[in-house]
Design a protein around this ligand. Structure first.
Ligand code: GAR
Length: 190
């Protein structure tokens, strides 16, 4: 069994979608879920799955080994960033080389980098009158949104699309593809 940990900062709809996808899997187990924002909706969202979301503190993430120790205790093989907004520290990347996977709500390398997350990305896409946007699933390195790209999917934008509509289209792509790509990466079929 491959154990994965999901790390999130917000609503957790991708986390929930991944949990549902692997619920009956005999190969991949969502072993732990972590969040750095005590006010995030993910804490309520996952109650019905009997999953206790664990809070990450800045100290435990950047200054001491609390977080890495917790991953070790849970025998985590891969880390999935599902709307996680903190930069991943070098010691975590070294502990999980090529085993940290992020989803970004745009077609990288466009619309990436610090401060480019969630609706900030969609607002920039809308302002620039892009005709398409999409998702990027990539490995994580020390820089925001710069690791090796594993998968991208696109959707078109029409002039009438609002920010909310663009966000909805992108979220739908995330729900459709992210769990499947995670499965392929952790089972080494891509
Ligand atoms: C997702 O759209 C994800 O792509 C994005 O945050 C959202 C989280 O939604 N991630 C980033 O912007 C990372 N730079 P969710 O909490 O409902 O899954």
């Amino acid at each position: 069994m491959i154990n994965i940990a999901i790390i999130a900062s917000g609503s957790g709809s991708n986390a929930e979608n991944i949990i549902k996808y692997f619920q009956n899997s005999s190969q991949v187990n969502v072993k732990a879920v972590y969040c750095n924002n005590p006010k995030a909706f993910i804490f309520q969202r996952l109650v019905k799955y009997g999953i206790e979301v664990q809070l990450i503190t800045k100290e435990g993430f950047y200054e001491n080994s609390t977080f890495i120790d917790s991953l070790g205790q849970n025998k985590i093989d891969f880390i999935i960033l599902a709307g996680f907004l903190w930069l991943i520290p070098t010691q975590l990347i070294n502990a999980y080389p090529n085993k940290i996977i992020n989803i970004h709500p745009a077609l990288l390398p466009k619309y990436g980098g610090k401060g480019m997350y969630g609706n900030h990305v969609h607002a920039a896409v809308l302002n620039n009158r892009e005709l398409e946007t999409g998702i990027t699933i990539h490995l994580v390195n020390e820089n925001y949104d710069e690791g090796e790209i594993l998968f991208q999917a696109k959707c078109s934008i029409i002039p009438e699309d609002s920010l909310e509509k663009i966000a909805e289209k992108v979220h739908n792509l995330e729900y459709e593809h992210f769990p499947r790509i995670i499965e392929q990466v952790v089972l080494k079929t891509i």
